[in-house]
Design a protein around this ligand. Structure first.
Ligand SMILES: Cc1cc2nc3c(=O)[nH]c(=O)nc-3n(C[C@H](O)[C@H](O)[C@H](O)COP(=O)(O)OP(=O)(O)OC[C@H]3O[C@@H](n4cnc5c(N)ncnc54)[C@H](O)[C@@H]3O)c2cc1C
Length: 649
């Protein structure tokens, strides 16, 4: 990685060195327009190393919540023997290997921040003028700023970089109250040692909130055996106290404060006991949705009506009730969303379920008869039977005492009572309140983020030389492979190799219009939409002719893995067939015969009937309408409220 020489002109400027930046650089080098000497593509990253959020905002024991099969880029895969959910440091090593494997390291400039981007008049297309600032190890500027002129700009500055810090009176408001608890944002949390010996209030019920709530228990309550820490590289050097030596730290309270609710679903389908038999299938949930008739060969009305999401939510809830006794989530007994929002059509599933047994503890209510039929098997508990008390998000902290003061929880969570019968006076508040994006550094003539990019949230027809990559988040899925498909789309659009896509956007999650986060998508619907735009969605006949039955079968039964979109189309790769026949086949094989019947054959047959029916209705309507003087069948049946409003510049 280079920190010295920066060219004055760049055919492509990639801003950000996380997964989205790296894959964008790789495609710019491999598939971008040819460049003149001294005008090579460059990537600038403000931190001293690449890896993005996985490198800089990870913490001890953090693992990917998306599986390696779905998270990896299409042509550079983890070995079969690697765990399904690698640790964050391991994934950062993967990203570094990706950069060196594809020879893009010389184009990367670390410790270099883009402080502004504006357009300048140009005859040769080099119209983006970026002002860059070199930074030292403490992120202080070194020397004067420099400028780079670029022909294309790919913005990959990430969804999870700038902390979103709500101001809570009595905690972090001005003037400071003298008894205010200590607080940190989750981006500053690194290791258990920060939690040890403290009463903790975690605010926010996303995956990081769940992880830190769990870590707060583990920091203060010893496990019966040894402690369960996996990677100790985040440890403070001066903290070597063993938990077992320090019994004083026991019985510390942990609370989790949440606003509306969350939907818990562990990242791996595992640990059920049904009629005395344990199910330990070890199936990553993001690899379970099959392609055929769910993502491909779906009639436009079915995809626009989101029927598949609603039906699968309906069925999954009933199955969850049978297996765990509750429908709010998988073995989730409190903190639920309102019933009308309990489904993957509406929210990001919380796939970090480690804290659930401690949160559930006061509310767990499975009848003994149901338990005999089926139940969820929780992992072993630490000594002392600890719990995490669920409370609403505090409206303030008392100025004099530092005690948290709450409003009532929402009506659907009225059974939760810790907020009124406990004194919540934490030593440390951890704000797991997410991140926000800042576009102040972009001049007026740029879209202010992906919200203003009407082409799949990636770019705008007004200027196809600018892209925003990595700014959608799937309900269940992964951002890196989505970024790969987005950058493929951008390469083709910016070189005028494909027309502007116009098909309706059926992939947005159905967030409420007032929700802070509006960038949720359904992973497989978004991937399959992009593959159609790009021209890399393989036809079944084409697959069979080129690759035979086996690859066709794996494609139909597999999830929306990015490698499928390299079998055919403009980014066809020789490696794809081998990956499909080994790693992707393995995701199907491990479901077993019964799993493939219940998760593959039955849904496929069901959706086949629905899609064929819609097709027959459309065709009958089309041919008979003129006979009765009726209008032709509509192309778009999406309700206005579900159509994404794009604020044009
Ligand atoms: C604990 C944790 C676990 C996660 N687990 C998963 C998971 O399992 N699967 C998943 O898909 N996602 C996961 N995520 C989300 C993860 O953040 C994204 O998937 C991933 O970071 C997206 O990559 P990106 O390149 O878009 O953004 P980032 O990785 O955030 O990279 C953006 C980069 O841009 C740089 N940058 C920003 N502004 C500038 C500037 N002005 N100049 C130069 N550089 C700049 C930043 O320093 C950063 O390195 C997790 C996040 C966390 C915190």
């Amino acid at each position: 990685m280079s920190t010295s020489y920066l060219p004055e002109r760049a055919s492509t400027l990639v801003i950000g060195g996380g997964p989205a930046g790296l894959v964008s650089l790789k495609y710019a080098v491999e598939y971008g327009e040819k460049w003149n000497q001294g005008e090579e593509p460059i990537l600038v990253e403000m931190e001293s190393e690449i890896g993005g959020t996985f490198r800089w905002r990870g913490y001890e024991n953090a693992e990917l919540v998306s599986s390696k099969q779905l998270t990896c880029f299409s042509d550079f895969r983890y070995p079969l023997s690697a765990p399904d959910h690698p640790s964050l440091p391991n994934f950062v090593r993967y990203l570094n290997s990706y950069a060196s494997h594809f020879g893009i390291t010389p184009y990367i400039h670390t410790s270099t921040k883009v402080i502004s981007l504006r357009k300048v008049p140009s005859d040769d297309g080099f119209k983006h003028l970026a002002t860059l600032q070199r930074l030292d190890g403490n992120k202080e500027p070194i020397g004067e700023s420099t400028e780079v002129l670029a022909k294309r700009v790919i913005i990959t500055t990430g969804l999870h970089v700038t902390p979103n810090i709500p101001i809570i009176p009595g905690l972090n408001s001005e003037p400071k109250s003298k008894n205010a608890p200590e607080w940190i944002h989750s981006s500053s949390y690194k290791s258990r040692s920060q939690l040890k010996g403290k009463e903790i209030l975690v605010l926010g019920a996303g995956e990081t909130g769940m992880d830190i709530a769990y870590e707060s228990i583990m920091a203060n309550y010893p496990m019966s055996n040894d402690d369960d820490r996996k990677d100790k590289e985040y440890d403070n050097d001066n903290d070597n106290t063993s938990l077992d030596d320090n019994t004083e730290t026991e019985k510390k309270k942990v609370w989790i404060g949440i606003r509306n609710g969350f939907l818990s679903f562990p990242k791996v389908l595992n640990n059920f006991k049904v009629l005395g038999f344990s199910f330990n299938g070890n199936l990553p949930i993001d690899g379970l949705i099959t392609n055929l008739f769910e993502d491909v060969y779906v009639h436009k009305w079915i995809s626009q009506s989101h029927l598949r999401w609603f039906i699968s939510d309906l069925i999954i809830k009933r199955v969850l009730w049978l297996l765990t006794g509750t429908m709010a989530g998988c073995n989730q007994w409190c903190g639920e969303l309102p019933p009308e929002k309990q489904g993957r059509a509406y929210v990001f599933l919380n796939k970090s379920a480690k804290a659930m047994q401690f949160i559930n503890q006061p509310y767990y209510n499975l009848s003994s008869i149901h338990k005999k039929f089926a139940h969820y098997i929780d992992p072993p508990k630490p000594k002392g039977n600890p719990k995490i008390d669920i409370v609403p998000f505090p409206k303030k902290f008392d100025q004099d005492t530092g005690i948290a003061i709450f409003d009532k929880p929402p009506k659907h969570r009225s059974k939760e009572i810790a907020w009124k019968n406990q004194i919540c006076k934490p030593d440390l508040v951890v704000l797991c309140t997410g991140y926000k994006q800042n576009w102040d550094w972009l001049s007026e003539d740029y879209p202010k983020g992906p919200e203003q990019c009407e082409i799949r949230g990636v770019c705008s027809e007004k200027d196809l030389s600018v892209a925003f990559i990595g700014f959608v988040r799937p309900g269940v899925g992964a951002i890196p492979p989505i970024s790969e498909m987005q950058t493929q789309l951008f390469q083709l659009l910016s070189q005028n190799k494909i027309p502007i896509p116009t098909s309706p956007e059926t992939y947005h999650l159905l967030h409420s219009p007032t929700s802070r986060i509006q960038y949720g998508v359904d992973h497989s619907t978004y991937m399959s939409t992009l593959s159609k735009d790009i021209g890399s969605s393989p036809g079944l006949l084409e697959l069979w002719r080129k690759y035979g039955w086996f690859v066709l079968f794996v494609y139909c039964f597999g999830a929306a893995f990015p490698t499928f979109y390299r079998l055919t189309g403009p980014f066809k790769s020789e490696k794809a067939k081998g990956i499909v026949e080994t790693e992707l086949w393995e995701t199907i094989q491990r479901r077993g015969l019964l799993g493939n019947i219940f998760m593959g054959v039955i849904p496929m047959a069901f959706y086949a009937v629905i899609n064929i029916t819609a097709y027959l209705i459309e065709k009958t309507w089309l041919y008979t309408a003129p006979l009765f003087g009726l209008p032709p069948p509509p192309d778009n049946i999406m309700p206005k409220s579900h159509q994404k409003k794009v604020e044009l510049l």
